[in-house]
Design a protein around this ligand. Structure first.
Ligand code: AN7
Length: 357
């Protein structure tokens, strides 16, 4: 049975739903992960955002954001992106009939995302710098009125993404999990999910709220560094680096909102290494059959680390948000595996191997 899309919650969305720009986003799978849950001693669910139309959670924000752009009558939209934001905006702009310009960090965007941004018709600029440089550049163009900016500094993006919070409460039978774990880059998503959950609490649908837990790559962790040091303000990381290029962000634009979400929810933040991310990515794919891109696997790697540190109680009901599809970064996936075994057409060559599996 087809699950509802985000417009099921149109009364909570501050745009004219009659003008919605939609690719039937949201209503993503909510998978119980018995094996990993048993291994880690928690009641584990995974919210599979890679099942959205362009393969990441960004579609929820872009659906509402481009609907606002149509409401405003703009004719060009734009964003800086580590990849998924541009892939999503390019598709939604095409659907809305809006021109689209995206600025990407040269050579640091996963293949699938670059293919989408280009193929859906955005004008793609490659900047000799990182995501933070790209965001500064396109923000100047937005302030000059050249285009409507749809990075998560735009509140309508967060309005769309808060529906993840609505759905996971709905998926749990109108209950709150104990903890929500997700990867954090520009920090819009952790802020948005918290907003959605508190709106459902204030509407009287739920009483409890989850501990919001953000996971970052150890060399790209401005939010986690601040939380672990007990600081309220976030110090940008000058040269962020991680194989999880989606979260290779040093100056999160929503750091104030994210720190508030973590504090208000009695949550936390943790860092994981690239190796821990890659191990978790393969572990999730081969244990539970859920294929995600590296950044998304940070939520599983982070859960494992938090359990090992004793920061997660046995039996906690945990929802890990896995934010993008494995196909987004095919090079990392292929590099993590042994090459295909060349064989002739003689079935015995294969028989001798498969009998050893
Ligand atoms: C797969 C995946 N997982 C996690 C994040 C972090 O979410 P935020 O903390 O809300 O930024 C991103 C973000 C990507 C971009 O920022 C972009 O595409 O420009 C992502 O693509």
């Amino acid at each position: 049975n087809r699950r509802d899309n985000i417009w099921k919650y149109k009364e909570f969305l501050p745009v004219n739903a009659d003008n919605r720009v939609s690719l039937d986003e949201g209503g993503t799978p909510f998978c119980k992960c018995e094996k990993i849950g048993k291994e880690l001693g928690v009641d584990l669910y995974v919210k599979v955002e890679g099942s959205n139309p362009t393969g990441s959670f960004k579609d929820r924000g872009m659906s509402v954001g481009t609907t606002k752009a149509v409401d405003l009558g703009v004719n060009m939209v734009g964003c800086a992106s580590t990849g998924n934001t541009s892939a999503s905006l390019s598709a939604y702009a095409a659907r809305a009939g809006l021109k689209c310009a995206v600025v990407l960090p040269s050579g640091k965007v996963a293949l699938g995302k670059l293919a989408q941004a280009m193929f859906h018709g955005a004008k793609v600029f490659a900047i000799d710098g990182n995501f933070d440089d790209a965001l500064k550049t396109i923000t100047e163009l937005a302030l000059d009125g050249e285009l409507y900016l749809l990075n998560s500094i735009n509140p309508f993006r967060l309005e769309g993404q808060k529906t993840i919070g609505f759905e996971l409460v709905h998926d749990l039978g109108w209950e709150s999990p104990d903890r929500v774990i997700l990867p954090v880059g520009n920090a819009g998503n952790i802020s948005a999910i918290w907003k959605g959950i508190t709106e459902f609490r204030d509407a009287g649908y739920i009483k409890d709220t989850p501990m919001m837990t953000g996971i970052q790559a150890v060399n790209s962790a401005p939010i986690a560094n601040a939380v672990k040091a007990g600081e309220d303000t976030v110090t940008p990381v000058e040269n962020p680096d991680t194989i999880a290029t989606a979260i290779r962000i040093g100056a999160p634009v929503s750091s104030v909102k994210a720190m508030r979400a973590i504090k208000e929810s009695n949550g936390t933040a943790e860092t994981v290494t690239d190796d821990e991310i890659l191990d978790a990515q393969k572990y999730l794919a081969r244990t539970e059959g859920i294929g995600v891109e590296p950044a998304s696997a940070a939520s599983i790697a982070g859960l494992k680390k938090l359990v090992e540190n004793g920061d997660v109680d046995k039996g906690e009901r945990v929802v890990c948000i896995v934010t993008g599809h494995v196909l987004k970064d095919p090079n990392v996936a292929i590099d993590a595996c042994e090459d295909p075994t060349p064989v002739s057409s003689d079935p015995n060559e294969i028989r001798n191997v498969i009998r050893t599996l």
